[in-house]
Write a protein that binds this ligand. Structure first.
Ligand code: ADP
Length: 752
């Protein structure tokens, strides 16, 4: 912020201001040419008329006196016309009076030089001329009592005196006329003076009103200029200096400043000077400015006149700053100020700025505070707008940085992250998405997500209808479409957010081509190995079975024990291989099911019979608890047995010794539900979501001890789903858990 000294741009309206005396002098001097012309004309007429009556010497002498008076007055008039300001009004008035008195005396001299003794006709002519001159002059001289009175006395009295001395016939009327003249002059002069004063006062009031109007006009022009500048720059940097310069011109001040008030962390006000302006540059002011600049133009000391205005929140007017000790006087090192006004500026109830103006020669009054109100209001608005803009800028910067930060994170993640709007239009596309799909962000933005995931809407039909924020889908396996037209498997999760009432969908896409490929290889490998193992293992198990049956002779105890172990393990291995092959068949969609109506009770009873032998090993009893009569379901008999075997063997395996596994059948809507409830440890909470996944086992020592492949439930789930049923479990409140499977009813039944 420079220390500004630029000239103001407002028009100057100079209304000439004159005092009453100046008006008077002007009027008196302006009348001189006319009055001198009349004087010369009357002088000539009188001289010619008297030429034959009185002595020529007297006539010439009187004319000389008259000429002298006329010349002197012309000279005065000439100087007045070309006057310079060195002679003031009072002096011109004195000069004029002397001239008029001289002219009066010159006319008065005519009584001594031009009176035609013993010729009453010419005496009357002289008297008539003097009376005419006097009364004529009075029309202009009346506005100055001294001039008028002096002229009348000096011009009329000598003739009156002469006439009395001569005992002339018109002496008495002439004397009375003189007295009347004097009275008339006095009253006319007083009246003329009053008229002049009235006129003058009216004019003065008019001028003051005009000036006030002009000031207001200039004020609103300054405000408009400042507003235009502020709108252009959105900054007070250029606005305030210009506004301040105009304020100084309007208030006839030579120094001023506009400062913004901040409150520090201790809630103490500080004044940040935005602009400082001086019409007259001086060394002390420069020094003060430099000192202030070192402190970032911030005044923190409030123990001074400025501080008093801020702390009191009221305008301070000081017309003698050197003696004004309010608040401690002027701040240290402040430029020499004779008069000062400090106006605190409020925005609502908050003090936001201080306007200071100084050095008006004849001092300030409350009127100036009133006059500047529109300006101070404007300053408050500018400061408020600047503060608001500053806040906005900070906020935008923060948002920009956050956006950059988020984008950097999104671009760095391995998965493709795509956001779409409620119409399916792509709104953002990270680096990983570019790599996976082969599109550049700019070419895919605002196109439809169908271009990348054609089956998205089919697999999530309600996607754009839901209004609340939640995860719509996670871990869906869909097909993606690359830019080159090739399809590839993706793992897709989508969630919905609502930002400012606008729904935003965030899709996370993982290319699972490699994973799928590896899975295929693994499945192929397992399938091949299992097939290769099954035939020799069947022979081994068969051979061990014959040995174990004793048909080839009795074995000693140690041999029999080894045969038992070998047989058990070969059966276990057979089960594992069968499970693996089943799973592979299911995944490859190669398992054909023979779905027919079946009696579920028969199925379950048979399963209990078959699996009781296995349960006996764990000293567990399988018990049928509730059954509907002859309920037919749709299913494949062998596969239902397989599912029952899995669930019953698990229940027995995980039950405590002498535990009871309860098996119930009931009808649930369109399904018959088989529930198998055990009294074991139950399913650990963290494992519940994974229990139906392939090869998953709760990683407890129990499971390991009890053996198993982790495939039984996965196969059961696949089988039940293919039979259009459901499978699941519910943890029991105390111990154990209930596994269930449901199969569609083949006929309508009545539940028990
Ligand atoms: P496994 O052949 O290992 O039994 P499953 O798929 O049948 O394979 O079971 C998977 C895992 O689920 C088991 O290893 C066990 O941890 C848990 N599980 C299954 N049934 C029960 C049950 N009734 N009680 C406790 N845990 C069970």
């Amino acid at each position: 912020m420079p220390l500004t000294t630029q000239s103001i741009e407002l028009e100057q309206h100079n209304i000439p201001e004159t005092t009453l005396e100046e008006e008077q002098v002007h009027s008196l001097f302006s009348s001189i040419p006319v009055s001198l012309s009349a004087t010369i004309a009357l002088d000539l007429i009188l001289s010619i008329a008297q030429w034959r009556v009185i002595g020529h010497a007297e006539l010439i002498l009187w004319n000389s006196i008259m000429l002298f008076a006329i010349c002197l007055r012309i000279t005065c008039w000439f100087f007045w016309r070309n006057q310079n300001q060195r002679i003031d009004t009072a002096h011109w008035l004195t000069i004029f009076r002397c001239g008029v008195w001289l002219a009066g005396a010159a006319w008065g001299c005519s009584a001594f030089f031009m009176l035609a003794t013993f010729n009453p006709t010419y005496q009357a002519l002289l008297s008539f001329t003097i009376a005419g001159v006097t009364s004529g002059s009075l029309t202009t001289l009346a506005i100055d009592k001294q001039s008028a009175l002096g002229f009348v006395v000096l011009s009329v009295c000598p003739l009156t005196l002469r006439l009395f001395m001569e005992h002339g016939p018109i002496a008495l009327p002439m004397g009375i006329m003189s007295i009347l003249y004097i009275i008339f002059v006095l009253s006319a002069s007083t009246r003329a003076r009053h008229n002049l004063e009235d006129q003058y006062n009216k004019n003065a009031r008019l001028i003051a009103w005009g000036k006030e109007r002009i000031k207001l006009q200039q004020l609103s022009k300054s405000i408009s200029q400042a507003q235009a500048q502020f709108i252009k720059d959105s900054d007070i940097k250029n606005t305030f200096p210009q506004l301040l310069t105009n304020i100084l011109a309007l208030t006839e001040s030579t120094f001023g400043f506009i400062g913004e008030i901040f409150f520090n962390k201790d809630n103490q006000p500080e004044l940040k000077i935005h602009t400082l302006h001086s019409i007259t540059q001086d060394a002390q002011l420069n020094l003060f400015y430099q000192k202030l600049a070192q402190e970032n133009l911030v005044l923190t000391d409030m123990n001074n006149l400025l501080g008093a205005a801020i702390l009191k929140g009221k305008s301070i007017i000081s017309n003698n700053t050197s003696k004004d000790m309010r608040g401690g006087g002027m701040p240290d090192g402040y430029p020499a100020l004779s008069t000062f006004v400090g106006i605190p500026i409020f925005n609502g109830t908050t003090q936001v700025a201080l306007l200071g103006i100084a050095n008006k020669i004849d001092g300030y009054d409350e009127k100036v505070v009133e006059l500047l109100k529109p300006v101070t209001n404007t300053i408050a608005q500018f400061i408020e707008a600047t503060r608001h803009a500053h806040q906005q800028k900070l906020y935008e910067e923060k948002i920009h940085n956050n956006t950059k930060h988020t984008k950097a994170i999104l671009d760095d993640v391995f998965d493709a992250i795509i956001t779409i709007n409620q119409y399916g239009k792509i709104k953002s596309f990270n680096h990983a998405a570019e790599t996976i799909f082969g599109y550049q962000e700019k070419e895919i933005i605002d196109t439809n997500i169908d271009r990348l995931i054609p089956e998205l809407l089919n697999s999530n039909p309600d996607i754009y209808q839901t209004t609340h924020s939640y995860t719509i889908g996670a871990g869906q396996e869909l097909s993606g479409l690359r830019r080159n037209g090739k399809e590839f498997p993706i793992d897709f999760a989508i969630s919905k957010l609502s930002i400012e009432n606008e729904p935003i969908y965030i899709g996370v896409v993982r290319d699972i081509s490699d994973r799928k490929h590896n899975e295929e290889l693994k499945n192929q490998f397992i399938s091949t190995v299992s097939h290769e193992l099954r035939t020799p293992l069947t022979s081994i198990a068969g051979a061990l079975g014959i040995l174990n049956s004793g048909s080839l002779g009795k074995h000693a105890d140690p041999q029999q024990k080894l045969i038992d172990i070998a047989l058990n393990n070969s059966i276990r291995l057979q089960k594992l291989i069968n499970d693996l092959l089943d799973m592979e068949k299911l995944l490859a969609n190669k398992m054909d099911l023979n779905i027919v109506p079946l009696c579920i009770l028969e199925m379950v009873t048979k399963a209990i019979e078959i699996n009781q032998m296995y349960a006996d090993k764990y000293h567990v009893k399988l018990k049928l608890v509730s059954t509907p009569k002859s309920t037919q379901v749709f299913g494949d008999a062998d596969r239902i047995q397989q599912v029952c075997a899995n669930l019953l063997s698990n229940a027995a395996k995980f039950s405590p010794a002498t535990g009871i596994v309860e098996i119930g059948i009931n009808i649930k809507g369109r399904f018959a539900r088989v529930t198998i409830t055990d009294q074991g440890e139950g399913i650990p909470e963290g494992f519940r979501t994974k229990i139906f996944q392939r090869f998953s086992q709760a990683d407890g020592s129990d499971t390991r001890i009890k053996g198993g492949s982790g495939l039984g439930l996965a196969i059961s789930k696949e089988l039940i789903q293919r039979m259009n049923g459901n499978i699941g479990f519910t943890p029991n409140q105390q111990n154990g858990c209930s596994f269930f499977f449901e199969l569609p009813l083949a006929s309508k039944v009545n539940d028990h």
